[in-house]
Design a binder for this molecule. Structure first.
Ligand code: ZN
Ligand code: FE
Length: 255
């Protein structure tokens, strides 16, 4: 049976999301920004929390873990590279490992850059990736612990996923990301169309995600760093994609 998801807001600008297997009843929270909105989502759906799949150690993704674990006795899965910084971990995972949520099967992709141990969970059969702070809608995470080259390599892993893959990311940053993206890629018609749609979604009180890998490949400057036209627009014609990526990321930091 296909997976079901429930998306909601947490803290100031985090997304929370539940992944549910209707066949077994298993339900995972992807990260635990804070307990109360996750409990509210469980209450609204009638789903019972069985797992928390953690992407990285930052507090805005882990603060709710212990309260939820105490209440639901759920399993906590976390990246091996930073498990020591994450509370309540039951199982650590690495690149290529499989994670089951009931009968749903996810695979672990290591995407260092934002943090060194950051992972994303790809549920291939359901065409969903939980990208947290690696890849945002029209943006990417700040490169805090890793190098620019590591983050670019992580972007390439994301870009290689099938176009139809739905992306659930960690934050509602889309409008600000689009403003920046237009500053480096203003003649991109797909990006202009995305700006109109995102304005409408925000005005209507709707989330701007999930987006898809196919859509991001057309509009996200961080995935488009290998595009000759974009490099030329930045005055970097002929430069390698990793250098163009680093330039775009540095411009975003200053924007
Ligand atoms: Zn983070
Ligand atoms: Fe975050």
């Amino acid at each position: 049976m296909p997976a079901q998801t429930r998306l909601f807001r947490c803290r100031s600008d985090n997304f929370g999301v539940l992944l549910h297997d209707p066949e077994t009843g298993a339900t995972a929270a992807i990260d635990a920004p804070e307990a109360a909105p996750i409990e509210a989502a469980l209450h609204a759906t009638g789903w019972k929390l069985t797992d928390i799949l953690v992407t990285h150690h930052h507090a805005d993704h882990t603060d709710g873990i212990m309260a939820l674990k105490d209440k639901y006795k759920c399993r906590v899965v976390a990246p091996a590279g930073e498990a020591a910084k994450i509370p309540g971990v039951d199982q650590t995972v690495r690149e290529g490992d499989t994670v089951k949520v009931g009968k749903l099967t996810g695979s672990v992709i290591e995407t260092p850059g934002h943090t060194l141990g950051h992972i994303v969970y790809w549920f291939h059969a359901d065409n969903i990736v939980f990208a947290a702070d690696t890849l945002f809608s029209v943006g990417c995470g700040r490169v805090i612990e890793g190098t620019m080259d590591q983050m670019w390599a992580s972007m390439l892993k994301m870009r290689d996923l099938p176009d139809e893959t739905k992306i659930f990311c960690g934050h509602e940053y889309t409008l600000a990301n689009i403003k920046f993206a237009l500053s480096v890629d203003k003649d991109n018609p797909a990006l202009q169309a995305r700006a109109v749609e995102a304005e409408r979604q925000i005005a209507a009180g709707e989330p701007t995600i999930p987006t898809t890998i196919g859509e991001e490949k057309k509009t996200n400057p961080f995935l488009r760093a290998g595009d000759a036209g974009l490099a030329a627009a930045l005055g970097m014609a002929g430069k390698p994609a990793n250098e163009v990526f680093a330039e775009i990321r540095e411009r975003k930091n200053r924007f």
